[in-house]
Design a protein around this ligand. Structure first.
Ligand code: KG4
Ligand code: ZN
Length: 336
């Protein structure tokens, strides 16, 4: 079965072709980062308009790259939520209209389920059950995953998401939006223990996170130490964030008795986090899995893949569709 995946929940237009026999054939992403940069964040209306411009050319591109035609498609999976309403409507409208025209099913996919299952696109691939650390720009959650649609929330952030904390801290350090990757790069040359930064909620006894205090601590530090300390502040922030994310992930594994950790979402691309988790895993006989690096941030491949897994069971759309800008992952159920 050949599935076209369409992602348009935020500021990336992602298209992909996933074949249930042959795996991921091709994927393409257009990032709107440069367009939103001058505003310091995503402007929803501009995002929707840009998705409209990109979605058809990108569909052509993935089909051309795979040497396939629209008539070869068996189904279309699109991000139904959560995300920006207008942006979701573009991908949802496109996917449903095309599916109706081709006489094939369209299926709405939960964006976070896409992230959560994306490590299964890597080789070697993890086996259920596992603990998932979902760290994106909008979410920070630890989840027990027993199968497709069988998710139990173990803990989550009580304020900022991890990616949001990276982005806001980067902004304090004068880096361009979205600052996560830039902050990570700056931190590479820094001394992570020069400044004492808090590890919020590391010993709170539960599996929740908090990042807003860390951001405030950085603000105070930047005011006191000035420009010259930027590199070490960046390194200090990253070390603190990694300590908390790794500490809580290990605690989740201990409490569930599971031995496999899966990391997904944009912050999963962070090298310091990966190095730390790999080292801890090696020492403790655990296994850690990540999506392929280019599939950490938003993309159509994870949507095509999650859609393909669900299509065998769930009822597809009938041409009518809604988007779900706010949609908790816990509301999902296992495929019937
Ligand atoms: O999953 P994602 O692409 O979008 C959401 O669904 O939110 O995640 C984007 C987030 C941004 O906050 C970005 O700064 C962060 O992931 N990010 C990183 C890195 N690459 C992306 N944060 C830290 N280090 C990185 N290397
Ligand atoms: Zn995402």
């Amino acid at each position: 079965m050949l599935v076209l995946g369409v992602e348009s929940s935020c500021d990336e237009t992602g298209l992909a072709l996933f074949d249930t026999e042959r795996g991921l054939l091709t994927h393409a992403v257009h990032s709107q980062v440069a367009m939103h940069a001058e505003y310091g964040g995503v402007v929803p209306e501009l995002a929707s308009r840009d998705h409209i411009r990109r979605v058809i050319p990108l569909t052509r591109r993935v089909l051309d790259e795979a040497g396939l035609a629209l008539s070869d498609l068996d189904a279309i999976a699109y991000t139904q939520g959560p995300g920006l309403a207008g942006a979701l409507l573009v991908g949802g409208g496109f996917a449903n209209a095309l599916a109706l025209a081709l006489g094939i099913p369209a299926i709405g996919v939960h964006h976070l389920e896409g992230h959560l299952l994306s490590p299964l696109l890597a080789t070697p691939r993890p086996e259920f059950p596992f603990v998932a650390l979902l760290v994106s720009g909008g979410h920070t959650q630890l989840m027990r995953v027993d199968g497709v649609g069988r998710y139990q929330l173990l803990g989550e952030t009580v304020d900022d998401a991890a990616g949001e904390a990276f982005d806001k801290t980067a902004q304090l350090l004068g880096l361009d939006y979205p600052g996560g990757p830039a902050l990570a790069k700056l931190a590479e040359g820094g001394e992570p223990y020069r400044f004492k930064l808090p590890r919020p909620m590391l010993n709170s006894g539960d599996l929740d996170f908090s990042f807003s205090g860390l951001k405030t601590a950085v603000l105070t530090l930047v005011r006191k130490e000035g420009e010259a300390a930027r590199v070490d502040v960046a390194a200090g922030f990253q070390a603190a964030a990694v300590d908390v994310l790794a500490g809580k992930s290990l605690k989740a594994l201990r409490e569930t008795g599971l031995h496999t950790l899966v990391v997904a979402g944009g912050v999963g691309a962070n090298r310091a986090l990966r190095a730390r988790l790999d080292a801890e895993a090696k020492q403790r006989g655990l296994a850690v899995f990540y999506p392929p690096l280019e599939l950490c941030t938003d993309n159509g491949a994870m949507i095509a893949y999650a859609g393909a897994l669900r299509l065998a069971h769930d009822a597809p759309a009938d041409g009518r569709f809604t988007v779900r800008p706010r949609w908790a992952l816990g509301e999902l159920t296992a495929p019937r």
